[in-house]
Design a binder for this molecule. Sequence first.
Ligand SMILES: [Zn+2]
Length: 195
Amino acid sequence: MNTSRQIVHQADMKSTEVLRLYADGYRLVCRYCKIEFTTIPETLSPGEAPMFVSCPKNMNHMHLVTDPAHAMRGVRARMNLRDGVVSPKAHMKVVDHEPHFWFLLEEAGALFLDVNCSHSFLGYSFLIQLNTNESAKYREQGHDFINKTAQAIQYTAPIFQASQSPYKGRDLSQSHRDRVMAAVAAWRAGSDEQP
Ligand SMILES: [Zn+2]
């Protein structure tokens, strides 16, 4: 990573300015979290502006969707390239959430829990697919069960090597990140609810 091309995002930056900076090859850094924003596409060609920009830790810090319809088409096109033809029903969608903490997503009948974990300076997303037992408990107990599960993930810090977390090894965030982000972007675009 070439850190000289990083610029700290400022509160007064207009979205056009943010997009122009990306098109000029800069990566923007969250002024609160001091980490780079996530973009879709992840890697931009020279002159290319992202369709989606977000702070990976807290979407209140930055969340920019240039054109949801366009963004979704782009994501879909790339999914089709990678995974073969994806039927509309297979698209991941948000089914429940707890602000600043987790999203519950559904794709082709499977449930995925995306937890926004933080341990002092370190923030990261941890994504698991709910197993049969967990899915049954969610159907039974709803939102509360997901809250408990997300807390268990956060407290057991499964990304650390020394962690004894039962969730260790279940993280799918690398392979599923684009789909999760697209689902969250679509959900926000169609929702009046403030994050
Ligand atoms: Zn941030």
